[in-house]
Design a protein around this ligand. Structure first.
Ligand SMILES: [Zn+2]
Length: 447
């Protein structure tokens, strides 16, 4: 009760308090596109023509060309966006068959906005984003559909419509709307005309990414021929194009409601998808760039100058950025720093970026510092990549550059020691319906 009373009090003051008393507090539209590789967007170099609407958004806003997620799958990655913490710190994640909730003591971004009077709402399409896992627990209201199968998910069209309908009844307060699209996640089944346009010749009966296939793949029992993965990839591209068109409809809807000028639009993806880049398929299992390089676009007319920022940034930076744009002092807990800060001096030591917490396969940790990335696997196995000369990470330099490995390893070890003290995640006690939904996705159960 205290919180809601506080919200009302603060909310009534908020419009006058922000922006020197003349400007309204900004709305926040936080869009997360599940499983979208950065390299599928035209503005990130794709020539396939999949994303005209996201490209337009990027042209109107600030695009971060070198943005990273902190984990290669949904739960820990999105929890990092909403807490400005790494997976080991917020606790949400775990691994296949042993998922962990977000630490109850962690402060979330929606709680910060809610306490200051924003109307907060989350629309999402996967069980990991249900309140049970903690990620969306602090929104005032949620509309989360966790389908029994990826083929029954709420598609982008219905997701955009849910957002537009909510905008029409949201009330007078400034809003914080978190919107999650699931379409590029397997099973890929793009609707017409995207299927015909981007996956011509792929038979309607071709379905890849079912629960059983995912279980078998993750257990190492599914040997998928390259041709199947390439067909699946074409369908994936179709899903990306379909979702892009629906994001376009959403942004048009924002425009039509006169909300575009005073709404911060932040768009990113939780992770990418592997299509044999390193011999594998799907996500959650490696920390290579096809999974950790994510699109990141920020649009706020008049406040954020359009352009391209090439600094190494990461998802922990999102929450502090939104706080700055809303004139809110970020909680001390937030580890990231605002993306609106002055760009790093060219000779400054680049800020390291940590990723860890894969869902299946060998446990991995990566430490990125500027052009170099170190990936540490089981038993201390190490790989080193120069992302400047080898952005696709085809050439492991660990043997050739032992000094560089040692330097990066020292930084990583220091941080890991601190993080180990923070392993606080609770093993999950799931409601039967949530468990059932995860089973259908192949995330739980098995033999
Ligand atoms: Zn995801």
């Amino acid at each position: 009760m205290r919180t809601s009373l506080q919200s009302i009090l603060v909310g009534s003051l908020l419009l006058g308090a922000c922006g020197g008393g003349t400007e309204a507090a900004p709305n926040i539209l936080f869009i997360v596109t599940d499983t979208l590789r950065a390299d599928r967007l035209g503005c990130y170099g794709s020539e396939a023509g999949l994303t005209p609407f996201l490209d337009q958004l990027a042209a109107e806003g600030l695009r971060f060309s070198d943005a990273s997620s902190h984990a290669p799958w949904t739960l820990p990655s999105i929890a990092s966006m909403l807490t400005s913490l790494h997976p080991a710190e917020h606790g949400a994640g775990g691994s296949l068959g042993s998922f962990k909730l977000m630490d109850p003591g962690v402060t979330t971004l929606p709680a910060v906005f809610k306490d200051r009077g924003w109307r907060t709402h989350a629309i999402a399409n996967v069980a990991f984003l249900s309140e049970a896992f903690g990620v969306t627990r602090d929104f005032e209201s949620t509309d989360i559909i966790a389908p029994k199968s990826n083929l029954e998910m709420r598609a982008a069209g219905a997701t955009t419509q849910a957002a537009l309908d909510w905008l029409d009844k949201r009330g007078e307060r400034p809003f914080f709307l978190f919107l999650h699209y699931f379409d590029p996640h397997a099973v890929y089944a793009p609707p017409s005309p995207f299927r015909e346009r981007f996956a011509p010749g792929v038979d309607e009966s071709f379905v890849f990414g079912t629960r059983q296939q995912m279980m078998d793949l993750r257990n190492g029992r599914l040997n998928v021929p390259d041709g199947v993965i390439r067909r699946a990839e074409r369908l994936y591209n179709g899903e990306v194009a379909y979702m892009d068109a629906e994001i376009g409809r959403l942004l048009d809807g924002l425009d039509a409601r006169g909300l575009d000028e005073n709404t911060v639009v932040l768009m990113t993806s939780d992770h990418g998808e592997e299509f044999l880049d390193h011999g594998g398929y799907e996500h959650g299992h490696t920390l290579y760039r096809e999974l950790t390089h994510v699109p990141l676009i920020l649009r706020f007319p008049g406040r954020v100058s359009p352009g391209v920022n090439t600094t190494c940034v990461a998802h922990v930076d999102l929450a502090p950025t939104l706080c700055e744009l809303a004139d809110i002092a970020p909680p001390e807990q937030f580890l990231g720093r605002s993306l609106l800060g002055s760009p790093e001096a060219p000779d400054a030591e680049p800020r390291p970026i940590l990723a860890h917490g894969n869902m299946w396969g060998e446990p991995l940790t990566s430490w990125r510092q500027g052009r170099f990335e170190l990936i540490v696997g089981a038993g201390g196995r190490q790989e080193l990549f120069d992302l400047e000369s080898d952005p696709l990470q085809k050439r492991d330099l660990a043997q050739e550059m032992p000094d560089r490995v040692t330097e990066l390893r020292l930084g990583l070890d220091r941080v890991q020691l601190a993080l180990e003290a923070l392993h606080r995640g609770q093993t999950l006690d799931l409601a039967p319906e949530v468990l059932e939904s995860l089973k259908e996705f192949g995330y739980v159960g098995g033999d």
